[in-house]
Design a protein around this ligand. Structure first.
Ligand code: HEC
Length: 191
């Protein structure tokens, strides 16, 4: 075989190999950021929310992940903060799930502590993801988890309604904190 031809063929193979390698590295690094890491407030271990019934709009009851849930699982951000309609619904959920009884009707504290910050017993609660982690699995200091399936099978809050509830809590005097601030997320979360 002519040496020029063979060189060309080797170059072609090399390019193919590089392309495969590059795609692999790219999809690996994208994959690594495809999901946030949820951490239990009780023991610091990681948990995943996998039950389809833990997702979906509570009114529709279709268990189809909402836009807000998809964004939350990807970035830990709560797109309902500042969305008046979602916050209004969140306020109702706060009453429905008895948060009111322990944290007061305006979330400023009753039997349980106030939830408006800016300082929290669990510092990560300044972020929406951290607060969701705390409420989903509960704490060791007196609050049971409210996430779907945590306390009882087939009962509990969906991710969507918890995001709405947290969005409402942020309206109750969080001194301009949205819970989506990148600097706090970097400081307090393990994503
Ligand atoms: C039975 C009473 C009770 C109910 C109901 C309850 N909580 Fe709590 N909650 C507590 C107590 C007590 C604490 C403090 C726990 C600790 O110190 O570990 C707490 C802590 C918290 C914290 C952590 C605050 C911080 O400073 O880090 C958040 C957030 C929270 N609750 C939200 C909620 C929401 C939202 C609901 C409703 C879905 C709810 N709680 C329902 C009693 C309750």
């Amino acid at each position: 075989m002519d040496i020029k031809y063979r060189l060309g063929e080797d170059m072609f193979k090399m390019k193919q190999l590089l392309a495969i390698l590059f795609t692999g590295i790219l999809s690996f690094s994208l994959g690594a950021h495809a999901e946030i890491k949820l951490i239990k407030t009780t023991d610091g271990s990681e948990f995943k929310i996998t039950d389809p019934k833990a997702f979906g709009d509570t009114k529709k009851k279709d268990n189809v992940k909402t836009k807000a849930e998809i964004e939350f699982l990807k970035t830990g951000k709560n797109i309902y903060v500042g969305d008046a309609k979602a916050e209004k619904r969140g306020k109702k959920r706060f009453g429905y799930w008895s948060c009111t009884q322990c944290h007061g009707p305006t979330a400023k504290g009753q039997v349980g502590p106030g939830l408006v910050g800016p300082t929290f017993k669990y510092p990560k609660d300044i972020t929406n993801q951290g607060m969701l982690e705390t409420i989903w699995f509960g704490t060791n200091g007196g609050m049971g988890g409210k996430g779907y399936g945590v306390m009882a099978a087939d009962d509990g809050m969906t991710v969507d309604e918890l995001l709405k509830t947290i969005a409402w809590v942020r309206t109750q005097g969080s001194q301009g904190i949205s819970g989506n601030e990148d600097e706090n997320m970097k400081k307090f979360l393990k994503n």
